[in-house]
Design a protein around this ligand. Sequence first.
Ligand SMILES: NC(=O)c1ccc[n+]([C@@H]2O[C@H](COP(=O)([O-])OP(=O)(O)OC[C@H]3O[C@@H](n4cnc5c(N)ncnc54)[C@H](OP(=O)(O)O)[C@@H]3O)[C@@H](O)[C@H]2O)c1
Length: 308
Amino acid sequence: MKILVTGATGFLGRALCQRLTDAGHTVVGLGSRNADLTDPNSLNQFNHYHYDFIYHLAAWTQAGDFCLSHPGEQWIINQKINTTVLSWWQAYQFQAKMVGIGTSCSYAPDLDTCEESYLSGKPIDSLFSYAMTKRMLYVGLQAIQRQYGGTFVYVVPSTLYGPGYHTDDRQLHFIFDLIRKILRGKHYREPVVLWGDGEQTRELIYIDDFISFLLSVSEHCKNDIVNIGTGEGLSIKYFAEKICEKVGYPFDAIQFDHSKYVGARSKFLHIGKLQQYVNDLRFTPLEEGLTATIDWYEQQVSWKKPKQ
Ligand SMILES: NC(=O)c1ccc[n+]([C@@H]2O[C@H](COP(=O)([O-])OP(=O)(O)OC[C@H]3O[C@@H](n4cnc5c(N)ncnc54)[C@H](OP(=O)(O)O)[C@@H]3O)[C@@H](O)[C@H]2O)c1
């Protein structure tokens, strides 16, 4: 099949393109350098190809408190990106199944994370603008489908982890931030200070598992929204303890800064609908996934001798 992937230079995009290529598909992967999607004409060069699937992963965001300081830019840039991609799909690629990616941040914290609630209630303040652009992506897919036809799938991932994440100085998703801090604590004897009281819960899904489920859902689901996660939230303290065990760092040396931003208190997705689309819903055990991720991260960094 011919498949176009936006956001192909990102964490998920690189792994997805590799999996699709390995499976024998013809893949065109786009990053902002070969198609800046804030430009409405950026996809014109691909008008005359006929894709079977479009995976629209591109988004302008980072983890941590990035959303707090960039709400306006996030709104402008992500609205432009999504409008370019959806308009182009409707005008030139309507034979393609469009796969859009949402975020668990779009769920209102006081409602269940069932897909039916995705557009209900108010996402948390700190992530509001970004969360609403992701809701608008879903609204756009529904609206275009209702008026013109076409087929889409909208998936909502929990936080992805695994080898191949970013190693630049961007704000990292919590699990990579934990790994980085604890490894620096071990190698450089820096104090390890985690944000919040450590009781906030998060859900992780291993990137290879996510891609397997994404491919199944993309194939079998039609004009619907599906959460993709493990359905289990664990505390930051629990993750930190597991990383300490693996790295050989004393967990009781970790400090918790209660004054820092922690985002949502609790986050995990309901996955009842996912179970309808994936026959064998098996997850990589956390210990195994963390070991692969930590080993990969350690190899990316050239650890210098600790300061005396
Ligand atoms: N990672 C997670 O845990 C997670 C969780 C929930 C949802 N998601 C969603 O999954 C998708 C992929 O996530 P990710 O972690 O792979 O993100 P990522 O690593 O930050 O990658 C973002 C991608 O978007 C591209 N992009 C940004 N601005 C662009 C522009 N103006 N024009 C064209 N491309 C642009 C980037 O291209 P360049 O690098 O070339 O600039 C990059 O390929 C995103 O939509 C994200 O919201 C991810």
